[in-house]
Ligand binder design. Sequence first.
Ligand SMILES: Cc1cc2nc3c(=O)[nH]c(=O)nc-3n(C[C@H](O)[C@H](O)[C@H](O)COP(=O)(O)OP(=O)(O)OC[C@H]3O[C@@H](n4cnc5c(N)ncnc54)[C@H](O)[C@@H]3O)c2cc1C
Length: 451
Amino acid sequence: MLPVEQSCYWLASRQGYNPSAPLTEKVDADYAVVGGGFTGLWTALFLKQLEPGAHVVVVESSVAGYGASGRNAGIVSNSIDHSHALAISHFGKPEAERLAKIGMQNISEMEEFAVDCDFERSGQLQVALKPGHLEDCKHNLEVANEIGLAGYRMLSREEMQAEVNSPLYLGGLFVPGGGILNPIKLVDRIVGEMKRLGVVIYENTRVNRIGDGVLHCQKGDIRAKKIVMATDAYTHHLLPQLLWRFIPLYDYILVTDPLTAEQKEQIRWHHRQGMVDGRTFFNYYRLTADNRILWGTSEAVYYPPNKVDATCDHSEHHYRTLKESFAKHFPYLNGMQFPFGWGGPIASTTRLTPFFGTMNGGRVIYGLGYTGHGIGTTRLAGKIMAHLALSKDSELLSLKMVTDKPFPYPPEPIRGMSVAAVTRSLQKVDAGESPNILLRILDKMGIGFSS
Ligand SMILES: Cc1cc2nc3c(=O)[nH]c(=O)nc-3n(C[C@H](O)[C@H](O)[C@H](O)COP(=O)(O)OP(=O)(O)OC[C@H]3O[C@@H](n4cnc5c(N)ncnc54)[C@H](O)[C@@H]3O)c2cc1C
């Protein structure tokens, strides 16, 4: 299997990126950010914008975008709360309305910033593969109306098939506001802007240990007034005490060869929406700028005990099931090749939204747990953590997502066993069975498991 730098379509097709030099000495900084993904890069950018005179550094163990930020599907959803219905059940309706508004404004600001990132505000289609999914679509439409979001629209079977040609579609829901982008171009855009403002990034520099206000790296140390942890699914490697609030999981994706003109004609997809289906373990998919199909699965895997490393970057099992589901969706694309395949780590929480906090007397700030919905939310996380680090007020700091912590996960070995049991139960629901007692109890407790 190829290393992820070659097997991930975005990383492999990255153009003209020159990583910055690693850290080789002792340096002082005002703010040191660990992690060069969206969260860390946005945080550094906002820190520098809010306090231009500050010395801000970012430390990345590989190259910027090596983690989930360079490996995701690039489907930008219009929400920062996983789903508006979940936001109501976890935080109440007024907070869900607030999150919906903030989420939409965030995407518009991101679009303005994301020049040359192939950002298309094409919206999203939630497709129904079973009659029950149509009910879910209707529910999502009602929830959107309830919290003041306009433009959602149910699509009949004919309308859905006219958008994208699959014999499996029974109809669905058009969700406006979001779209698709090239995630690695967004990473490079933030890095470029951040450096232009004077932020220093040390790439190929792993933080081995956090001391009292010091990041101990391979060949140098950084002493900083404040440290921001932006390491999402990798966070427990440095802060194991946060592990009970999140679980690291792996998601997998395939990308086809570019569609021929004839295949494009067959599949239609003229409006280029990001697509998801109504199952718990759903497929998510989209067209790339050069008209390949990116085909992913949310059947996320937990590798006990909380493993996050390069040995998880590929899964033959997932590639096989992804190819099978692709063939069922688009039988007329029989024989299509998938030259790219990869996985990436996400951090999930029991409420499926991120959490934030500080430790070491406020000197260390952290934020993580975006599940598979982080493109929009990480930008807000960057704002939140920049304000926390600067001890500056912001309306974002009163979000319940920031003030409240998610219900904890159990430690190992119960963690591994319970994830396996929940996964099996959810697979049965997707196969048509009713939710079993375990799922009903978790539902009552407001505990989720999904990417
Ligand atoms: C396969 C996949 C598909 C996805 N699809 C979507 C999607 O379509 N839409 C969406 O909104 N979201 C999606 N996501 C989720 C989204 O990509 C993430 O939520 C988001 O990128 C998280 O960003 P981050 O910066 O917090 O974490 P990351 O991008 O993972 O960045 C963390 C960084 O920290 C670095 N690091 C770790 N440890 C250290 C250390 N000790 N020292 C220095 N650096 C360190 C890592 O190398 C990494 O670069 C997907 C994720 C995956 C994996």
